[in-house]
Design a protein around this ligand. Structure first.
Ligand SMILES: Nc1ncnc2c1ncn2[C@@H]1O[C@H](COP(=O)(O)OP(=O)(O)OP(=O)(O)O)[C@@H](O)[C@H]1O
Ligand SMILES: [Mg+2]
Length: 232
């Protein structure tokens, strides 16, 4: 579904990603693991066209998207849940969902009702202003907003970061359920426990370069990789 091939990405003069390549097949959950500042968010921003890659190719369902604008990439069916959980703070939860709604494509049928069934806490706070939500509620809303665009492929940037264990457990179940419903996911995580439990395969990034890719059992067996690039 997604093929990233040898991309280089910069912020101004800073060369951040060097030759990053990865693939995600339909229905897979693939995690991108790496420490603080390793390049996880930059990889997702490159895929989304928010910080376009200067070299290399990104293909989504066979189509080159590396030179497309973020809104065009979104329309092709790529959803993005950014790590900053930005919502429209002055709008209510329902209004946030309403303005993000896109027509369903074959397969997924997410609308306000469906996401509130999926995240029951959201259903109870539909008229609350999004600026007054807890961290967990805000994360649910950010994921829900991406879902109502009816994506085929979802970029999830550290969805569990900084949340209480109870909420983390709930989100893990939700993400597992999205996978079960056939959504294809690229998941950036520092939390190995969450990532390894949910994913089919893993990539490890460090200093803007992919250092490892393999199955979860392969990563679990690679003490060396985990010690060098993952444990803080
Ligand atoms: N807007 C920016 N301008 C310049 N440099 C940036 C910018 N955003 C990130 N960087 C740098 O790019 C590198 C990769 O950052 P990135 O945010 O992709 O890492 P990350 O793996 O997502 O880290 P974290 O786990 O903290 O979210 C870091 O060295 C960071 O300092
Ligand atoms: Mg990040």
């Amino acid at each position: 579904m997604l093929t990233v091939d040898g991309i280089d990405t910069y912020y101004g003069l800073s060369h951040i990603l060097s030759g990053v390549s990865l693939t995600v097949a339909p229905g897979e959950v693939v995690c991108l693991l790496g420490r603080n500042g390793a390049g996880k968010t930059t990889t997702m921003r490159s895929i989304m066209g928010l910080t376009p890659a200067r070299r290399g190719s990104i293909r989504f369902k066979g189509q080159e998207i590396a030179r497309k604008k973020p809104y065009q990439i979104a329309r092709l069916g790529v959803g993005f849940v950014p790590d900053d959980r930005v919502v429209f703070a002055d709008l209510t939860v329902d209004e946030n969902l309403e303005i993000s709604q896109r027509p369903p494509r074959s397969g997924s049928q997410w609308d306000r009702r469906a996401v509130c069934e999926f995240f029951p806490p959201l259903g109870a706070i539909g008229s609350r202003r999004a600026g007054f939500l807890s961290g967990g509620e805000q994360q649910m809303l950010t994921i829900a907003r991406a879902l109502v665009t009816n994506p085929e492929f979802l970029l999830l940037d550290e969805p569990t970061e900084g949340l209480a264990p109870l909420i983390v457990g709930m989100l893990e179940e939700n993400i597992g359920e999205l996978k079960a419903r056939g959504l294809t996911i690229l998941l950036a995580e520092q939390n190995q426990k969450v990532a390894l439990g949910l994913s089919d395969r893993a990539y490890v990034i460090d200093n803007g370069t992919i250092r490892f890719h393999g199955t979860i059992p392969e990563l679990q067996a690679s003490e060396d990789v985990r010690r060098k690039y993952l444990l803080v």
